[in-house]
Design a protein around this ligand. Structure first.
Ligand code: DX5
Ligand code: ZN
Length: 217
């Protein structure tokens, strides 16, 4: 199984203090930062874009940064995000006119490629482009907001992926915390995004380490 990594989402942290909040997550043992980019069009919410990510990168040089692109035109932001210093560009297959082309452009820009699937999207669609992706993100909530309820019925998608692609990175995102990590781990997820469960915890380090222990069991 690929290595377990915990990537807190800062969406529900204090966004006016993004640098400090990110630093707090990294000091608590986060393996990477999951940055939720929303354009108010693909999802009914707005967050931040490459100008903010670029400023964050200037203050945090060494952390692995993934942008979760919840945007209508993923091709448009590949270059700006690469220039901002993003390591992994995870975009939704539902919003790309040609997923293979988008994958290729992300790779050419020097970033790792993540393909994200909304809850209603059939996991079988990845067959066509899995060779060109480094990671598949299975959404366990409808994208748009932190703090939603985990959808356990997404686990068969994770399991199908793990059975068919033993070495690929599989990420889960949405409602993942101490009560739901067990199912994610059993299904085969190794990249764990957790927002509220980590950011709002009195002791984020304890939550991160117990998430990791559950996956590594
Ligand atoms: C939802 C975002 C998630 C979310 C995670 O659209 O993609 O990353 O912020 O937060 P929790 O863990 O609170 O669901
Ligand atoms: Zn996300």
């Amino acid at each position: 199984l690929p290595k377990c990594r915990i990537g807190p989402s800062v969406l529900n942290a204090d966004l006016a203090d993004l640098h400090r909040e990110s630093q707090r997550m990294l000091e608590s043992g986060a393996d990477y930062l999951h940055l939720d980019v929303m354009d108010g069009h693909f999802v009914p919410n707005l967050t931040f874009g490459h100008p903010v990510v670029s400023c964050l990168r200037n203050k945090i040089k060494d952390a692995f940064m993934e942008t979760h692109m919840m945007v209508s035109n993923p091709d448009q932001w590949i270059e700006p995000m690469a220039d901002a210093g993003v390591d992994q560009y995870t975009f939704h297959v539902e919003s790309s006119p040609n997923v293979l082309t988008t994958c290729r452009k992300v790779k050419e820009a020097g970033m790792k490629v993540g393909v994200a699937l909304k809850p209603k999207t059939d996991v079988m669609v990845v067959k066509d482009y899995i060779e060109h992706a480094d990671l598949v993100l299975i959404m366990t909530v409808e994208p748009g907001f932190g703090g939603q309820k985990f959808m356990a019925d997404m686990m068969p998608k994770v399991k199908w992926l793990r059975d068919n692609y033993p070495t690929i990175d599989i990420e889960v995102d949405g409602g993942v915390g101490l009560n739901t990590i067990d199912e994610c781990a059993k299904a085969g997820a190794n990249m764990i995004v957790s927002g509220t469960a980590v950011a709002k915890a009195p002791n984020p380090a304890a939550v991160i380490s117990s998430l990791r222990n559950t996956v590594n069991q």
